[in-house]
Design a protein around this ligand. Structure first.
Ligand code: ADP
Ligand code: ASP
Ligand code: MG
Length: 405
């Protein structure tokens, strides 16, 4: 008898028919001779609606209350899914994150899992139940409700799979697996059969929201292999696992895009020790997540520092920087622009192949797309372009690397 953790995302449980479909699939998995823990998300749109409601009653809702509110989305789905299973002759019980022993730190709205004590989960399974577990939530040691960041049900599934030493972890979503690019943007994208943790992590953190990046980080750390599959069919999906021989022969595994970005430049900063530290400490203290830091070489005592952040956080970043800029001395100026998008190519084969960046830049140049910023890591090359050119940019780069189906 195997122990299987499944996760069904928002679209997969988006209406009563889909919940009934999921209920059947979960029950079939148990009937095939397995113990099943099924993590479910809020029905699609519910979390966003809750956020809108909060903003309608308050300009500045506290994150503590936000978590109390947002956790209710998943609580609806666990009860409905358990009811649906029970109505077709199965035996299911729902558990909230807290009931399942998921303990987190106290960073409301993006808490980290600190410990899992799945005593209740094991007891329920032993009694022959299917356990339907609320994704995206946990509780602090002091009993406060927390949530795990957007897309956090993926993390619940992977962390629970690690905690109960599951034999299999399956992430069911609304596409057949992880593709070479978002299939809704690049129609010719192909499903990837096997991908390494590092590639999946780079793709997820550069905009491929098919998996929450923190969940992939967790999977890598604890060696949880998992598959990404479609909840509406039985097609084979994508296996995400540790790197193995031969994977490096593929230079570019996939292309990611991230919209709604902003670029910020601090011009003419004095070239002396401590300046970058002051700038980025201010950004950190405001809890702003940044990416693509670029600093030019200084030849005349001054330099420029640029970075990207989400457009939503731009006003906060500007406010923080305006506070510290007068302390830097010199003639420092702040410039910023939203309407920017990021395009990344990812592949562990980049470590051992040359000419990858040139190929990407040529494809963009041939199509008249201007590159604004460039950054690279061992297995990723990323650029920013005008947001209105991002789809075209993704398509031509996807084609240039021979990824089209
Ligand atoms: P769920 O609600 O199941 O968690 P998400 O909406 O979070 O699903 O993620 C699935 C979506 O991710 C797909 O519908 C697809 O549009 C998008 N996506 C982005 N990049 C990729 C990719 N490389 N491969 C597959 N899907 C992707
Ligand atoms: N419901 C949460 C969200 O919309 C968590 C999830 O779906 O994974 O972000
Ligand atoms: Mg998701």
């Amino acid at each position: 008898m195997a122990l299987i953790v499944q996760k069904y995302g928002g679209t997969s449980v988006g209406n009563p028919e889909r919940i009934c479909n999921v209920a059947r699939r979960i029950l079939e998995t148990q009937h095939a001779g397995n113990k099943v823990i099924a993590v479910v998300s809020a029905m699609s749109g519910v979390t966003n609606n809750l956020i809108d409601l909060a903003n309608a009653v308050s300009k500045n809702p506290t994150e503590r209350e936000m978590d109390v509110l947002l956790a209710t989305g998943e609580q609806q789905t666990i009860a409905l899914t358990a009811m649906a299973i029970n109505s077709i002759g199965g035996k299911a019980v729902s558990l909230t994150g807290a009931q399942a022993g998921i303990q987190t730190d106290g960073v409301h709205t993006k808490a980290r899992i600190s410990d899992i004590t799945p005593t209740e989960v094991h007891e329920m399974l032993e009694e022959g139940n299917i356990v339907i577990l609320a994704g995206f939530q946990g509780q602090t040691r002091d009993g406060l409700i927390t949530t795990l960041g957007r897309g956090g049900s993926d993390l619940t599934a992977i962390a629970m799979a690690a905690a109960v030493k599951a034999d299999l972890c399956q992430i069911f979503t609304d596409v057949d697996g992880v593709y070479t690019c978002d299939p809704r943007v690049v129609k010719t994208a192909k499903k990837i059969n096997v991908i390494s943790y590092d590639e999946m992590l780079e793709m997820a953190s550069s905009g491929s929201k098919v998996m929450q990046s923190r969940s992939v980080e967790f999977a890598k750390k604890f060696g949880v292999r998992f598959e990404v599959r479609n909840s509406m069919n039985t097609n084979p999906g994508t296996l995400v696992k540790e790197e193995e021989k031969g994977m490096e022969s593929v230079v570019v595994r996939g292309v990611s895009i991230e919209r709604n970005q902003a670029k910020v430049t601090i011009d003419d900063v004095p070239d002396r020790p401590g300046v970058a530290a002051i700038i980025f400490s201010a950004i950190r203290d405001a809890n702003i997540i940044i990416d693509m830091i670029v600093q030019n070489v200084s030849w005349d005592g001054e330099t420029d520092i640029s970075f990207t952040c989400s457009a939503a956080e731009l006003p906060k970043a500007e406010a923080e920087l305006n506070k510290i800029i007068p302390t830097l001395g010199g003639n420092v100026k702040l410039r910023s622009q939203s309407g920017v998008a990021k395009l990344s190519i990812v592949g562990i084969g980049m470590r051992s192949h040359s000419g990858v960046a040139a190929k990407m830049f040529n494809a963009l140049a041939e199509n008249g797309i201007n590159i604004q910023m460039i950054s690279t890591s061992e297995i990723k090359t990323a650029v920013t372009v005008n947001e209105n050119e991002i789809e075209k940019a993704a398509k031509v780069v996807h084609t240039a690397f021979g990824l089209d189906a």
